[in-house]
Design a protein around this ligand. Structure first.
Ligand SMILES: [Zn+2]
Length: 241
């Protein structure tokens, strides 16, 4: 895939965020890592979705430097740089699938959980089909971290959260940044958008579950395992081959 094709994909996936109802105003973006894995394509900052074209997309290297494009990249770019470096390292160290797609939105129910400073528990099989356990929550950023580099440190606390409990970002492809909102990822931009859609859906379902029964139990671990593995395990059998 050349860079032009990648820009078309990233532009289309940004438009898909709107189509799936995850975006208010311009709060949301999708990025995807190049084949070589040394740069990524991301949405420009503040360009309206109605007029956005592939030519508006910006190519940024893993030092956060714009290498192609006349627009400024999304203001979330430093967070993406941190996450991509983590995913590349994770993939090498664990011989795991490289996560090339990242999505950030302010989809309302996932934001509500982030603002309530609560992880999203796994109450049922819809959740288990996409996330192998609770969707984690980061710690809040300190005042020093905000002043020193808000977006960079948003990425760093996400990574800290995954390292702290040895969470697997392939199995749990989303996180809630405390007081802020969701980040989701996947094997490419399309997969990341799908996970962002699933995240918002399970956020709504979990909220409603707790409204009906504040003491609702977590899904039984053996059901969680069955559901996750039939879609993602080595012997996955859900869907078409
Ligand atoms: Zn945000």
């Amino acid at each position: 895939m050349n860079i032009q094709e990648l820009k078309e994909i990233v532009c289309q996936e940004n438009l898909n965020l709107v189509k799936y109802g995850l975006v208010t105003l311009t709060w949301g973006n999708v990025g995807q890592l190049t084949e070589a894995g040394d740069a990524f394509v991301i949405k420009p900052s503040g360009v309206p979705y109605e007029t956005m074209t592939p030519a508006d997309m910006v190519v940024v290297d893993l030092n956060g430097k714009v290498v192609e494009g006349s627009n400024r990249p999304s203001s979330d770019t430093p967070t993406y740089v941190e996450l991509y470096r983590f995913f590349l390292q994770y993939s090498q160290e664990n011989n795991a699938k490289l996560l090339r797609g990242i999505v950030h939105t302010h989809s309302s129910c996932a934001v509500a959980w982030a603002q309530a400073r609560r992880e999203i528990p796994c109450f049922g099989t819809t959740h288990a089909d996409h996330f192998y356990g609770s969707v984690p929550l980061t710690r809040p950023l300190t005042e020093e971290e905000i002043n020193a580099g808000y977006e960079v440190n948003t990425g760093r606390v996400i990574i800290e959260r995954f390292k702290q409990d040895k969470l697997n970002p392939v199995e749990i492809p989303a996180v809630l940044a405390a007081g802020h909102g969701p980040f989701a990822w996947g094997k490419d931009g399309h997969d990341a958008v799908k996970n962002a859609v699933a995240l918002e859906a399970v956020a709504v379902m979990a909220r409603d579950t707790l409204a009906i029964n504040p003491n609702a139990p977590d899904l039984e671990p053996w059901v969680l395992q069955k559901h996750y593995n039939r879609k993602h395990g080595p012997n996955a059998y859900y869907g078409q081959r």
